[in-house]
Design a protein around this ligand. Structure first.
Ligand code: NAP
Length: 248
């Protein structure tokens, strides 16, 4: 039976690289997206062109009804879920904490905390032996920001990733005897479109000279780690964190 992976926010950036690599490794891939249908469709087309199996499904992961529809679509079209990559995430304009308002905080928590919680819950209800499932693996895409704090840029984003790190530990321990491993990758500065949301598309190039390795990372370098954590090769890893930040 095929491995089935759901990659949230799988149409762009780290999610797209993860979806493509999963497809190449033989996973049947659900590429979730919120708004960019064309990007998700392009990733699906690439996977299929290489002989793989993939579908694109629109859903805002911060809304429970949409998450339920997303997971039911995976059940119906790809079969039993064996892997979840909680990759979807967002940030907003670079600001100090004393400039953040209630609405922005609510949006950040919704996308970066509520979304991964809802998706992890739906995945556990399918994969846990306690629920009659056959086990599986979850990888959360956190950020080096969780330990750096992102001062003067987005402390709200950093804090949301801190919450995700806590969830990794707590959920990993809850389901450790139910056949599910839960781990996290914490990328540093990776070349994707997310930095434009903060108002600085060239942020990685600006900071790169100051990074220990002198360069930003590529989405594919994060995808490799995600696929390893999902794989049986990582069978004794749970509740752990893999930093992909070039030494930062
Ligand atoms: P990106 O290129 O902006 O892609 C973000 C993806 O998340 C998009 O596919 C987007 O969907 C999706 N998304 C956002 N909110 C969503 C929601 N509510 N429901 C469903 N999908 C949603 O960003 P990225 O850099 O690849 O980021 C991926 C993950 O890596 C994020 O969790 C981010 O925090 C984390 N990360 C990135 C970096 C970095 O330097 N790039 C560093 C550390 C951590 P649409 O395409 O439909 O808009």
């Amino acid at each position: 039976m095929s491995e089935v992976v759901l990659v949230t926010g799988g149409g762009r950036g780290i999610g797209a690289a993860t979806s493509r690599l999963a497809g190449a490794r033989g996973y049947h891939v659900c590429v979730n997206y919120r708004a960019d249908e064309a990007a998700a469709a392009a990733v699906v087309a690439e996977i299929r062109a290489d002989g793989g199996t993939a579908i694109a499904v629109q859903a805002d992961v911060s809304r429970s009804a949409e998450v339920e529809r997303l997971f039911r679509t995976v059940d119906d079209r790809l079969g039993p879920l064996t892997a979840l990559v909680n990759n979807a995430g967002t940030l907003e304009k670079q600001s100090r904490l004393d400039e953040l308002d209630e609405d922005r905080l609510a949006r950040t928590w919704a996308a970066n905390i509520t979304g991964p919680f809802l998706c992890a819950g739906a995945a556990v209800r399918r994969m846990s032996t306690r629920h009659g499932g056959s086990g599986g693996a979850i990888v959360n895409v956190s950020s080096a920001a969780a330990r750096l704090g992102s001062p003067n840029e987005y402390v709200d984003y950093a804090a949301s990733k801190g919450a995700l790190d806590s969830m990794t530990r707590g959920l990993a321990l809850e389901v450790a005897r139910e056949g599910i491993r839960v781990n996290t990758v914490r990328p540093g500065l990776i070349h994707t479109g997310i930095h434009a949301l903060g108002g600085e598309p060239g942020r990685v190039d600006r900071i790169a000279p100051d990074l220990p390795m002198g360069r930003g990372g590529q989405p594919e370098e994060v995808a490799e780690a995600i696929l390893w954590l999902l794989s049986p090769a990582a069978s004794y890893a749970t509740g752990t964190f893999l930093d992909l930040a070039g030494g930062r």
